[in-house]
Design a protein around this ligand. Sequence first.
Ligand SMILES: NC(=O)c1ccc[n+]([C@@H]2O[C@H](COP(=O)([O-])OP(=O)(O)OC[C@H]3O[C@@H](n4cnc5c(N)ncnc54)[C@H](O)[C@@H]3O)[C@@H](O)[C@H]2O)c1
Length: 357
Amino acid sequence: MKTYRVLVAGMGKRGMHHATTFNANRRFQVAGICDIDAARLDAAAPKLGNPAKGTDVAALAREVRPDVFCFCTLPNLRAPMIRAAIESGAKLIAFEKPVTLTSAELFTVRDLIRGAGAKAVVSHQHRYGAHYRKAKEIAASGALGRVHTVHGAATGWMVHMLSHLIDYTCWFNNYTPATWAMAQAAGRFKLADNHPSPDYIAGFVQFANGVRGIYECGAGAPDQPDVPRWWGKNRMGAQGTEGFVEVLTNGGWRAVTKSRGAESGEGVMNYENDMPPYIQEMADWLDDDAKVHSCNFEHACLGAEIMLALQRSAAEGGQVALPLTTGVDEQALLKAKLADRPVLVSFEQNRKEFGMP
Ligand SMILES: NC(=O)c1ccc[n+]([C@@H]2O[C@H](COP(=O)([O-])OP(=O)(O)OC[C@H]3O[C@@H](n4cnc5c(N)ncnc54)[C@H](O)[C@@H]3O)[C@@H](O)[C@H]2O)c1
């Protein structure tokens, strides 16, 4: 069987997760690593079988000619990486959430990827957790009756967490496209973060099959007192006419349904468990066009449009129709329009974790 050559750009936390998982899978070989920080490259190389190194991703990609171009840079860097990936001739592009910070850039990268005919995946890998899969299994089993609502809440701020909430709940709703979104946002403190976000955003989504989406993210979101780890205080679920199911990122799952009664089980988000299947599905898709990756780019784009429509609504008011028809800079809109009043936190730990005075 073919071994796929991989280039990984961005050797920070997530780049190292990706590179070590690729190297541990016999279907892949890390052939090149890139970072603008040469010290990070030198530290990473011996752990990865001393692949080619470079600080200029386009030059390294021309040299390495990877099958898989993976980049794990901060959210501000997407389109230049996608261009380098396509120029290198890579068959699959793997990158980190969120897809993009703005709809203008989303349109650019989507046109590039579709135009090149490349496969692409976005790392919403929490879904491989046993507790997430159990929630999906119950939602798909019919035990909830007619599903009318999906919902997601996280205390972590928007650019870190909202795309996860939306992606997994869209999965529960079989990636039915949305027709509109509407939201409010509060607090400017995290606009200057490297994951630039309003401190709190909350909104509603209408899906084309009539299902209602309800999302909230940031310091105004509620505590999940049964989850100790702050970044794991995320609750996502589906409700129907005959019951509900929900998953907590670091707190297992629970369901109450008419036909099965009350059920619950364990589960915590764990990179070591979640990355191997995420990486393996890339080999499966490269081997066979019919084995489309669970985290495929087109599904991620549906969620990205919802996330960006919520932001546009928070900045400009009213409902925003989906799919989006124009690309704008939602970051600039939020910076221009968000009221200069501090967020009201829902519990004190949110203030501490945000680093707010
Ligand atoms: N899926 C998940 O569970 C998950 C978890 C954490 C973070 N993330 C996402 O992963 C992405 C990266 O986050 P991180 O925590 O690994 O960041 P990080 O800061 O640890 O790493 C980013 C790396 O990119 C490098 N870099 C910057 N510009 C570069 C360039 N032009 N060429 C090559 N390298 C460059 C930096 O030097 C740094 O080493 C973000 O989008 C973040 O939202 C996802």
